[in-house]
Ligand binder design. Structure first.
Ligand SMILES: [Zn+2]
Length: 301
């Protein structure tokens, strides 16, 4: 093979490599918080990287699409997450997380602890039992990972510090761990605010206007720059009074391009428009990436 061809092939490889790792370089920007609302179809999943490089995942969407996203966002050797938060144990938020919990080493798992009698929730209980154990398998042990995942039950008033970023738990107002829910767990969602400097992001899971009212009556500090719109834009959430309390500049709707629920509903889109809030939809934009330097937020994509 001539020298020219070898040089050309080597150049091609370098270019391909740079393209592959472009996402990683962008995410690794020092001094920035990155909140990446992943396009996982009809469901929720957001990947957060703090300035000190803590990796946080909130919900995992309806299927293994989240694994493909994480594979692109993290180097192939990195199978660890610092904090995983499950808003509530419903399929469109939890199913993908089951895969993540099995394949990634997770330091902290935060959820409400509500119990539901269905196969998915039984599987979650089984996985949590397993990952809590130290040195759970040969692979983890050989990587020097001996500690098991710490499982935390969320309730209002709790705070988790991840370097310069604060995770402020606003809901449920009381500890609901072990409580059995017959129907939907939407109004037992973990609602939390991610705060970095002057910027904040409010994650609402699938709460309805009933829980929104409880949050307001509790005098929760809801004001945030970015609102993750509850329940994919259902008309039973995102009430006018809630929007007045949150006062977001931008609202992200995580929703599938094809869904049978009619999400996002015209009612919610109108309420957001009336309040002059910029709407960012995963079905239209794909992943929605927002960067904060602690003073102002910028839409990366
Ligand atoms: Zn949902």
């Amino acid at each position: 093979m001539s020298k020219k061809i070898i040089l050309f092939l080597a150049g091609m490889l370098v270019c391909l490599n740079v393209l592959c790792w472009k996402e990683v370089f962008v995410l690794a920007k020092p001094g920035y918080l990155l909140v990446d609302f992943l396009n996982v179809g009809q469901g929720d999943s957001a990947f957060i990287r703090t300035p000190e490089d803590y990796k946080i995942l909130i919900d995992g969407g309806p299927d293994s699409a989240v694994l493909e996203k994480l594979n692109k966002l993290l180097p192939f050797w990195d199978k660890s997450l610092d904090i995983v938060i499950l808003s509530h144990p419903e399929k469109d938020h939890m199913s993908g997380l089951l895969d993540v919990l099995e394949k990634y080493k997770v330091k902290y798992f935060l959820w409400s602890g509500v119990v539901k009698d269905d196969p998915e929730n039984k599987k979650l209980a089984e996985i949590l039992n397993n990952i809590k154990k130290p040195g759970r398998n040969f692979l983890m042990a050989s990587l020097g990972v001996r500690e098991g995942t710490k499982v935390l039950e969320a309730s209002a008033g709790e705070e988790i510090k991840a370097g310069s970023v604060l995770i402020d738990v606003l809901f449920p107002l009381e500890n609901v761990a072990g409580k059995e829910l017959k129907n939907s767990s939407n109004d037992a969602c973990v609602v939390n605010k991610i705060i970095y400097g002057k910027n904040s992001f409010l994650f609402t899971g699938d709460i309805s206007s009933v829980a929104e009212k409880e949050l307001i009556n509790n005098n929760s500090d809801l004001q945030s720059d970015v609102l993750k719109v509850a329940h994919h834009g259902s008309k039973y959430s995102t009430s006018d009074i809630f929007l007045s309390a949150v006062k977001p500049k931008s609202a992200v709707i995580s929703v599938g391009a094809k869904n049978t629920y009619g999400h996002p509903t015209p009612e919610v889109l109108q309420r957001l428009e009336k309040s002059g809030i910029k709407v960012l939809r995963t079905d239209q934009r794909g992943d929605v990436k927002i960067l904060s330097d602690g003073n102002k937020i910028n839409l990366y994509k």
